[in-house]
Ligand binder design. Structure first.
Ligand SMILES: Cc1cc2nc3c(=O)[nH]c(=O)nc-3n(C[C@H](O)[C@H](O)[C@H](O)COP(=O)(O)O)c2cc1C
Length: 409
């Protein structure tokens, strides 16, 4: 067992990630990979991905295993990881015909900010593991798609760099640390640099057990946003990823609902709370005065066997009673998934891994394509389901397992 102290802030990444940036992917047979990832019956004769799922295989080929596993992995047995997608598959769409869908309008607003479609970029860490430009490329792609990017606190480009890279609407994701002064500074830097909301991630009192990272002894890049604020020497032990040790030292596991008041006192930005999965917590969030709720299980990276967000969305929406907007993330891979989430009451969805896979596979253009694909699919779903506008998508357009229960009894 190694007991060498590791300075996470200054640690160097292994050189392997630069292999592909010099134009040498780890495995070069990309068309073979696509054929493998393509339609199970038809195959795919084109070398370009035709849906968001196909980007995952390209990303797997482009990235060192350690980074692919970090992006793709979930907690423990990854039951929830699979369930996040499968729960969407169990919902069917009830289309209406003979509706004028010659024009389909996907535009909507979030907290009053107009966006081209209800699909946002979720906060995900460390985009420089995918390409050297990191979040700058993601931010530009989000701006091109006329949507909102939520920048992770753990971004590999700083709050300031991303702010000056494009003038799209941006939100900032925050954790509340034991060192409250650091969380306050980060929120205030985001506010000063034009971010329009704080997304408080509430499901991370400690890090979930991501076993691939533990096995890989995942080497995590320096926390760019903490530069100059903190230098943490952590004991590196052979068990566990270094990220887990670092996060568990930083997070304030004693955080309670009362602390939302503290967050309110240090920022005038609207606060969205991310990581709500029950009606009890949704009610408390509204009572605590948040401005929006994100139904999320952190992309199945925290508590395995927590429910798929889409399976509890309605419970949350019912508890909130329209007082604040409800958004959802987790497992959204198709336009039909977006449609289903909207029908169950979400105002918009966020996507995490598809953005990372697009970025790793094809840089900024890959993220643009991922967002465009989802938008195109949503537009088609709306047309085929007889919904010319977002507000036309209603609860009666979907059938859930819950709806089917009475007929099964
Ligand atoms: C590699 C990775 C890093 C993430 N980092 C963060 C983070 O820094 N903060 C956060 O609130 N959520 C983080 N998330 C969770 C996402 O915001 C989001 O909840 C999740 O990715 C949605 O699921 P999806 O990947 O199936 O779209 C991360 C997710 C992934 C896959």
């Amino acid at each position: 067992m190694s007991t060498q102290p590791v300075n996470v802030a200054t640690q160097k990444l292994p050189d392997m990630r630069y292999e592909r940036h010099a134009g040498v992917p780890r495995q070069t047979d990309v068309s073979k990979a696509l054929a493998h990832a393509a339609h199970p019956v038809l195959g795919n004769s084109s070398s370009e991905p035709v849906n968001v799922n196909e980007f995952e295989e390209l990303a797997r080929l482009a990235l060192p295993n350690m980074y692919y596993d970090y992006y793709a992995g979930g907690a423990e047995d990854e039951h929830t990881l699979r369930e996040n997608m499968q729960a969407f598959h169990r919902i069917t769409i009830r289309p209406r015909v003979l509706v004028d869908v010659s024009q389909v309008d996907m535009s909507t607003t979030i907290l009053g900010y107009p966006i081209s479609a209800p699909i946002l970029v979720a906060p995900t860490a460390a985009h420089k593991l995918a390409i050297p430009e990191g979040e700058l490329a993601t931010a530009r792609a989000a701006a091109a798609a006329k949507t909102i990017m939520v920048l992770s606190y753990s971004s590999s480009c700083s709050i300031e760099e991303v702010a000056s890279s494009c003038n799209a609407v941006r939100f900032f994701q925050l954790y509340i640390f034991k060192r409250r002064d650091i969380s306050a500074l980060l929120a205030q830097r985001a506010e000063r640099h034009g971010y329009k909301a704080i997304v408080l991630t509430a499901d991370t009192p400690r890090l979930g057990r991501r076993e691939a990272d533990i096995k890989n002894k995942m080497i995590y890049p320096p926390e760019k946003n903490l530069e100059g604020l903190i230098s943490i020497n952590i004991q590196c032990v052979d068990q566990g990823s270094k990220l887990e040790t670092f996060a568990n030292q930083m997070m304030d596991a004693s955080l309670r609902w009362e602390d939302i008041r503290w967050l309110r006192s240090i920022t005038s930005l609207p606060i969205l709370i991310k990581g709500i999965l029950t009606h009890e917590d949704a009610t408390r969030a509204v009572e605590a005065g948040v401005d929006g709720i994100i139904v999320s299980n952190h992309g199945a990276r925290q508590l395995d066997f927590s429910p798929a967000p889409v399976s509890v969305l309605e419970e949350v929406v019912d508890a909130v009673k329209g007082k604040v907007p409800v958004l959802l993330d987790g497992g959204v891979r198709r336009g039909t998934d977006v449609f289903k989430a909207l029908a169950l009451g979400a105002q918009a969805v966020l996507i995490g891994r598809p953005v990372l896979f697009g970025l790793a596979a094809k840089g900024e253009g890959g993220v643009r394509t991922v967002l465009e694909m989802l938008k195109n699919e949503l537009e088609t779903s709306m047309a085929l389901a007889g919904c010319p506008c977002i507000k036309d998508i209603t609860r009666s357009h979907v059938r859930t397992e819950h709806d089917r229960l009475p007929s099964m009894l």
